[in-house]
Design a binder for this molecule. Structure first.
Ligand SMILES: O=C[C@H](O)COP(=O)(O)O
Length: 533
């Protein structure tokens, strides 16, 4: 097996087609005999006609409404109006199920890392990081959940009323993950939803779907039936009927707002729907004239171009103070041209093929629009296009009339905007539709400190002399305006997927006995005083 440029090393070859011929519903791996959808890699290899073409990796079931309804029924039955086995299970037992799952998952590192590379073109070290980070996320979630449980054996009393606080599940969760982190971000939704006692229907992203196949058995054998149900297919054929049923309590999605709005609109009782959404962002870097340019350029390269800029946290606008903009541009453009493009498993590769067909042409459209409106491409290789890639272009000067100023490019193009006064980028951030993060580069505390005070009121994370990012996963991950609803992190996600309820009781002998008994037996959801009154 070889690509246009080289033989593929043995350990990274895909030997056989991975046809996902079973699907997980109601605790069973059911045989799929219907229509299937082929799954292609963006990486081109020689096909049977001797031509280089996207590599066929395997297939997934082409599901439609009947299978969507089957999964929905299974999830609703498992929740069983709050009295199902899973939502009422003891904390220690839920933890045991999750530990069983993660231990099995750890054994699947090699095939999952390999499929991350083939399916979405993520380079080897980032694919390994995605896997390891996910495993760590699950262990951290288990610890956080134990901590909530440890806080439980307490009562709070006010005005003669005891409050016996619980954190309970919300019900049935529809969970949709993104293609750029098909494992880590999907699990950042799924794992907290499950451990809090919800039941789930999960639809993997279109790219990054086969890599979940090695985990189906682990899901099946770790959780009671109906807790995890997996559907494949197009949103309008599987997710829409699920939403239209009105039986979904939580929509958990990391992706674009168009899909999020369309799905919410399908739900007949929107007010009942809890949302956990990670959406678009247009995170800017602000480079002040006293910034350390070596450090700033390193961070801006990583921030704008890790995984080819296909990250919601990527730097998507770079504001540079006029005094230093020429020097910044020259050095930045040189560095971008020095980045290595290649297949994900090749040593030192930073830029890799893009998984979305049509993405290079979309990025080219943004570049052409900017050029027509007065910008130039600063780097020599910028905008060079092949079937599955477009070399990153540094565009300057970018203005508000250009599409690349407004649209979330989610790919390799970096718009640079000069500014004189700091009010200019601040005004832009304040009037943007997004509000996830900002990177601020500079040294003078007299300028920086008031800017931070301002920026924390416009976005949710200010990165001081460093690029924007989500991790470490124990930190809150959220956004203002159209960037997010609810917060994800090891700590916050457990709250996002649960609700505080409580038993209130007055001080009588029999009430106290009942409460003592509830606490002693720890019968169901734990009692926690963490958010008391
Ligand atoms: O696509 C958005 C991701 O949450 C980015 O995560 P990251 O900053 O860890 O790459």
């Amino acid at each position: 097996m070889k690509t246009q440029t080289a033989e593929i090393p043995e350990e990274f070859q895909i030997d056989n087609l991975l046809n996902q011929d079973t699907y997980l519903v109601n605790g069973q791996l059911k045989k799929w005999s219907g229509k299937t959808t082929p799954v292609y890699s963006t990486i081109h290899t020689v096909n049977e006609n001797g031509e280089y073409a996207p590599t066929l990796l395997g297939s997934i079931p082409y599901m439609t409404e009947p299978e969507a309804n089957e999964a929905l029924e299974a999830a609703c039955d498992a929740f069983d109006k709050g009295k199902g086995l899973w939502p009422t299970m003891k904390v220690a037992d839920r933890i045991e199920c999750m530990e069983r799952f993660v231990r099995q998952m750890e054994k699947q590192r090699d095939p999952i890392v390999k499929y991350l590379m083939w399916e979405i073109g993520k380079n080897l070290s980032d694919s390994q990081k995605e896997f390891d980070r996910t495993v760590e996320y699950i262990y951290d979630t288990i610890e956080e959940y134990k901590q909530l449980d440890r806080d439980c054996a307490k009562f709070e009393k006010r005005d003669g009323v005891y409050a016996h606080i619980r954190r309970g599940p919300l019900g049935v969760v529809l969970c949709l993950g993104p293609y750029n982190y098909p494992l880590n971000e999907t699990f950042a939704l799924l794992i907290p939803a499950i451990i809090m006692g919800n039941t789930t229907i999960f639809k993997p992203a279109k790219h990054g779907v086969l890599l979940l196949s090695p985990l189906l058995e682990a899901f099946k054998s770790s959780f009671p039936k109906g807790v995890v149900n997996i559907v494949y297919g197009r949103g309008r054929e599987v997710a829409a009927p699920i939403m239209q049923s009105g039986r979904i309590d939580v929509l958990a999605l990391i992706g674009n707002s168009k899909s999020a709005v369309a799905l919410q609109d399908q739900h007949p009782y929107k007010n009942r729907l809890r949302l956990v959404l990670g959406l678009e962002a247009k995170n800017p870097a602000i480079v002040l004239s006293d910034a350390d340019l070596d450090l700033t350029i390193n961070e801006c390269i990583a921030g704008a171009l890790s995984f080819n800029g296909q990250r919601c946290t990527a730097l998507k606008l770079v504001y540079v103070q006029e005094k230093i903009v020429d020097e910044f541009n020259r050095r930045f453009a040189e560095r971008v041209d020095a980045l290595k493009f290649g297949n994900p498993w090749e040593e030192g590769v930073q830029l890799t093929p893009l998984p979305e067909p049509g993405k290079p042409q979309y990025i080219k459209g943004l570049i052409d629009d900017a050029l027509a409106k007065g910008a130039s491409i600063l780097n020599e290789k910028g905008g060079e296009i092949t079937e599955n890639y477009i070399y990153p272009a540094v565009l300057y000067p970018v203005t508000k009339e250009m599409r690349v100023y407004e649209e979330e490019q989610f790919g390799p193009v970096i718009p640079v905007i000069p500014f004189k006064n700091i009010e200019e980028p601040i005004d832009d951030i304040a009037s943007s539709n997004y509000g996830q993060q900002v990177s601020l580069f500079g040294k003078d505390i007299r300028t920086i400190a008031p800017l931070i005070d301002n920026l924390v009121n416009l976005v949710c994370r200010v990165n001081l002399n460093s690029s924007c990012q989500r991790g470490p996963d124990v930190y809150p991950f959220t956004g203002r305006k159209d960037s997010a609803v609810s917060t994800l992190s090891v700590h916050d996600a457990l709250r996002s997927f649960s609700i505080r309820t409580f038993v209130a009781s007055k001080d009588t002998v029999y009430n106290n006995r009942i409460l003592e008994d509830l606490l002693g037996s720890k019968a169901s959801n734990f009692v926690s005083t963490d958010y008391i009154l």
